[in-house]
Design a binder for this molecule. Structure first.
Ligand SMILES: *Cc1c(COP(=O)(O)O)cnc(C)c1O
Length: 449
């Protein structure tokens, strides 16, 4: 009875898989403020050439540069586990497998993209990056990448998280990044918000505006984004490529693949390589799991919208709740984004990927059950995917089906124990985002065409 399926370093993927090559229709292009497709030059102020090329590429396979693979080897290939003990606790005939992305130094899947992003900036002559971070996972991952590749990193951290997650901040500083509580008085965006609301908690949208403004205004500085964009989805496909080989080692193929979905990157990472098989006729269900409090895929519309709160970014065609949607303060900080990856959104729109929303208490219940059976304490984001997997496994217990379920454990929850504390104290609630509030923020979608 094997528990861990381990690949040797020689099986580390050599190429990223680009799902665009297998889409039934080409992805709608990003649009500028004039409603016309933005050319690569518009992006060149904040992104390096190789990443812009990847953003628009339709090549199926894109080679992973050797210096990136060398750093990936610090923690990749990551293990695939059969969740024997969880299966037993659920009394299910289903076979549950999980891919453990929590073994990276930052504790999540995010370094899969922070490393190549820092690398491509560096070889393009950029030695300084800005970014934003909410809960701190992306800031940590970019700080790590900057340290390993010799690129300076400045992080605008949402003020409320800066106070609430002090150890995420010290982790970023340990890896050599500069961290500021956003809004700051270092940027016009920050100063104007502070002038209006000096006591603000900050928001991801404001922090993005600050990081983008600084990068756009400095020749030596670019901006890095941890999710949503096509090149980020691309870099994460190492997860699913490895998982396919590991499922083959186990002698199985998944009936269903689950990932939680904030911006969409860890879901894309595990699911897209299986989509290649689906596009070739294989039966496999791909399920993106989101919170009921931020139901982008299940209750948002598929439309052009801004990527940030203030309207600085190009318009992306995606599932969105409206760029001025204010998510309630649920604990899965990484899932509180108004939009989702355009590629994931398109696949949901075309009925090729399923989406499900799960209430907060069920996700923590699943996280605790996972910790008490498999041992690993999952990140509050990852518990969403685990909860959906448990639902499917329970269904199998009823029907007697022996389905094979694969879930991505996107990260561990070691820096999120205050959220578990609040769950144990009975202080957390379910929150269904009201339909009227969504309708209201959808009224502010930009007019296109
Ligand atoms: C950031 C994060 C997420 C959400 O981002 P995606 O781009 O949707 O993957 C999920 N899980 C963890 C552990 C994260 O750090």
């Amino acid at each position: 009875m094997t528990t861990k399926f381990l690949l040797p370093e020689t099986e580390l993927p050599t190429h990223w898989y680009n799902v665009v090559a297998d889409l039934p229709t080409p992805p709608p292009p990003p649009l500028g403020p004039d409603g016309k497709p933005v050319g690569p030059d518009a992006l060149a102020a904040i992104f390096p050439g190789p990443l812009i090329e990847q953003e628009v590429s339709a090549e199926r396979w894109i080679p992973i540069p050797e210096p990136v693979r060398e750093i990936y080897r610090l923690w990749r290939p990551t293990p695939l586990y059969r969740a024997h003990r969880l299966e037993r606790a659920l009394g299910t005939p289903a076979h549950i497998y999980y891919k453990n992305e929590s073994v990276s130094p930052a504790g999540s899947h995010k370094p899969n993209t922070s490393i190549p992003q820092a690398y491509y900036n560096k070889i393009s002559g950029i030695h300084r990056l800005t970014t934003e971070t909410g809960a701190g996972q992306w800031g940590c991952s970019l700080a790590l990448a900057g340290q390993l590749l010799g690129v300076e990193v400045r992080v605008y951290m949402v003020k409320i998280s800066y106070g609430q997650k002090p150890y995420r901040r010290s982790l970023m500083q340990t890896w050599g990044a500069e961290v500021f509580a956003s809004p700051t008085n270092l940027t016009n965006a920050g100063r104007s918000i502070l002038a209006k609301t000096p006591d603000t908690d900050g928001s991801l949208g404001i922090a993005i505006s600050e990081a983008v403004e600084e990068a756009a205004g400095r020749q030596d500085t670019n901006y890095a984004l941890g999710s949503v964009l096509n090149h980020v989805m691309l870099h994460q496909t190492v997860i699913g490529e490895e998982a396919k080989k590991q499922m083959a080692m186990a002698g199985e193929y998944p009936d269903m693949v689950f990932g939680c979905c904030g911006g969409g990157s860890n879901f894309a990472g595990i699911a897209f390589p299986f989509f290649a098989d689906k596009a070739a006729g294989k039966q496999v269900r791909l399920v993106a799991v989101e919170p009921t409090s931020c139901p982008t895929l299940t209750k948002g519309v598929y439309a052009y919208d801004f990527g940030d709160a203030t309207g600085l970014t190009p318009l992306l065609k995606m599932h969105t709740l409206g760029h001025d949607f204010m998510p309630p303060g649920i604990h899965a900080g990484g899932l509180r984004y108004h939009g989702a990856s355009p590629l994931v959104s398109q696949l949901v729109h075309e009925g090729l990927v399923e989406a499900v929303a799960i209430p907060q208490l069920e996700t923590f219940e699943a996280g605790v059950q996972f910790a008490r059976t498999e041992g690993i304490v999952p990140a509050p984001e990852s518990t969403h995917a685990i909860a959906a997997t448990i639902r499917a496994a329970r269904e199998c217990a009823k029907t007697g089906e022996r389905k094979v379920l694969l879930v991505n454990l996107s990260g561990h929850g070691h820096f999120d124990m205050s959220s578990y504390d609040r769950y144990f104290a009975g202080e957390l609630q379910n929150f269904e985002y009201p339909g009227e509030a969504i309708q209201e923020s959808l009224k502010h979608l930009p007019k296109v065409g």
